[in-house]
Design a protein around this ligand. Structure first.
Ligand code: ATP
Ligand code: MG
Length: 582
């Protein structure tokens, strides 16, 4: 079932701006990264992400435009212009330089989403150091492990998180400074710690940005840890070319947009799309300090007249779980374009967007390693619900076999691979060159995901390499089974694994969380198995269903199938540093 976005938009009458990319084939044919560089005004060797996202707009006469609309968890609303951002980040950069922070030093930022987090990160980029943001809900252990791995020289944190840093700082020989940032609160630093307020007050708001080049390090992100130990993917300043281009053509950002990305900067979506893509495009964005809450989220869209919204399947599933009533009571008519990333988005999620909000969610695919969107459903093209979309112009994506040969026949399953190169791709796994090299084979970058491509070039996700199930001679992707289960009205979430079996090698087992108002029962279990069989056939439908109250997820919201499996088999759970505790 292809969904014609143009038709839907006509119906809801909200196509306020023609899409930036109106002819996919032509744009792809004529694509040139050099032209994007020229668009950004990149003429000589100087490329700095902070300059591109902030200072450039001030010099181009957009200094008074709002860069950030910040909404605090307590309801406070603050606005910062690009000029405010320039001054604050300059001050921060001066502070860092005075402390002796230099090019390529690793500076960790372990903070809640307060404005100072954003000043700090761009300050780090201005001195040419490497920013390494960490999700604030991490406990001391995961913080210590990551700081050690990257030999971090500084941690910037908030008063509430400082005790976690204090618990581990003795173990971190590379650590020279701890700085405490806070918002509106007086910050008392421990003896020997740096007091942000005092340092900023005496710093100048003029700063000469480090002359970084396209290949100089900028940011390091640890992956979500869905499949194992998180890896520190390191990126370079030149990545901003990819952020800008995907912001313009995949997110379809226009100058008067109000953009909202719900991801935390502790994960790559929260920096690539919660900072670099909107701001390199000079677009105003909303930053909300708090976490998920259906009513609050709809209020934010209504209050700030959000036009473009980027969120994740886990949030969409939670919104769906609550039903469409609250959405319908709000005025969400400002919205023009909605996207989802991070996990497969079931067709039911795409369609629910239309039902509840009047617009479909556009799925797109990328990874911490790729740094920017690689495959996406575009606004100008029909959505194929359940598909991740088409390769972004300038990106060559393919399905390859075990010999690293491209599979050109449509709908044949294989590994999703990309041609190496491109501005936003990671340049290493920090301190793990061997693992980095192992991702490149036969002239391809191996994504570790399995997928197929249809005759029109749309990619369909099957599962991660490690999650694919081998049952009685078929290979079954968990996503297909989960999507079928989610299509049943009682099911809120499903996680599917292969359970070892003497006869079939593995059998398909599903863990199912129900929507509000449904109770587990033997009858419902049978009904779900019947429902899945009808859609998938008996070879692919789950043989076993277990009801659970919730599924284990990473803090970035992804279902951790490896943990479901380990628990099922009574095996060690492996690295759980990114597991979200209920
Ligand atoms: P780790 O590499 O530590 O196991 P992770 O792969 O979950 O964690 P991320 O880089 O945050 O870390 O996630 C990228 C992965 O998320 C992709 O490789 C893919 O498996 C999944 N993913 C992202 N977007 C989509 C999508 N639209 N559809 C299906 N899967 C997606
Ligand atoms: Mg991964």
């Amino acid at each position: 079932m292809a969904m014609d976005y143009a038709e839907i938009v006509k119906e809801v009458g909200s196509l306020r701006a023609p899409p930036n990319l109106d002819d996919y084939e032509r744009t792809r044919r004529e694509w040139s990264w050099d032209r994007v560089r020229a668009d950004l005004g990149l003429r000589d060797d100087f490329v700095n992400q902070a300059y591109q996202c902030i200072d450039r707009h001030v010099y181009d006469g957009r200094g008074e435009k709002t860069a950030m609309i910040w909404e605090g968890a307590d309801g406070a609303i603050e606005r910062y212009t690009f000029e405010d951002m320039r001054r604050q980040t300059n001050r921060f950069a001066n502070v860092l330089r005075k402390l002796g922070v230099r090019k390529a030093d690793r500076v960790f930022i372990f903070a809640d989403r307060i404005p100072e987090l954003y000043f700090a990160l761009f300050g780090v980029l201005k001195v040419g150091a490497i920013g390494a943001p960490l999700f604030s809900a991490f406990g001391p252990e995961p913080v210590a492990e990551r700081v050690k791995r990257a030999e971090g020289m500084m941690i910037i944190t908030t008063p509430a998180l400082l005790p976690k840093v204090n618990a581990i700082r003795g173990d971190l020989p590379s650590l020279k400074h701890v700085m405490v940032i806070g918002h509106r609160a007086a910050v008392t630093a421990a003896e020997g710690d740096l007091d942000y307020g005092a340092l900023m007050a005496e710093a100048s708001d003029e700063f000469e940005i480090e002359r970084t080049g396209a290949e100089d390090w900028s940011i390091m992100h640890f992956t979500s840890g869905t499949t194992g130990l998180p890896k520190g993917a390191a990126h370079v300043h030149g990545a901003v070319v990819g952020h800008y281009a995907t912001g313009k053509y995949a997110l379809d950002l226009h100058p008067d947009d109000v953009f909202w990305c719900t991801a935390d900067p502790g994960w790559v979506t929260g920096t690539s799309y919660g900072m670099f893509a909107p701001w390199s495009n000079g677009v105003t964005q909303v930053i909300y300090e708090g976490g998920f809450g259906a009513t609050r989220w709809y209020d934010i869209i209504q209050r700030h007249r959000v036009t473009v919204w980027y969120t994740a399947p886990t949030a969409i599933r939670m919104l769906m779980k609550g039903g469409s009533r609250i959405a319908k009571q709000r005025d969400l008519s400002s919205l023009r374009y909605m996207m989802s990333v991070g996990e497969p988005l079931a067709p039911a999620g795409v369609v629910w967007g239309v039902e509840a909000i009047g617009l479909p969610f556009h799925d797109n695919w990328w990874q911490t390693e790729t740094g920017a969107v690689m495959i996406t459903n575009f606004p100008a093209l029909p959505i194929r619900p359940g598909s991740m979309g088409l390769a972004f112009p300038g990106i060559e994506a393919a399905i390859i076999d075990d010999e690293f040969q491209e599979i050109t026949q449509p709908m044949q399953e294989g590994q999703l691979a990309l041609r190496p190169g491109g501005p936003s791709m990671f340049r290493t796994y920090w301190q793990d060159e061997e693992r980095y090299n192992s991702r490149f084979k036969g002239g391809w970058y191996l994504t570790g995901d399995r997928a197929k491509r249809d005759a029109d070039g749309y990619f369909w996700f099957i599962g991660r390499d490690d999650d694919v199930i081998n049952t009685a001679g078929h290979l079954v992707g968990p996503f297909e089974v989960e999507s079928a289960l989610i299509a049943h009205p009682a099911v809120a979430e499903a996680g599917v694994i292969g359970k070892p079996d003497a006869m079939a090698m593995e059998i398909v087992k599903a863990f199912v969380a129900l929507k509000d108002g449904y109770e587990p029962s033997e009858e419902l279990r049978r009904e779900l198995i019947g429902h899945a069989r009808q859609r998938l056939g008996p070879g692919v439908a789950p043989r076993e269903i277990e009801f659970v109250s919730s599924l284990p997820k990473t803090r970035s919201g992804k279902i951790m199938r490896r943990l479901l499996k380990a628990r099922e088999l009574g095996l060690p759970e492996g690295d759980t540093s990114t597991l979200e505790e209920d």
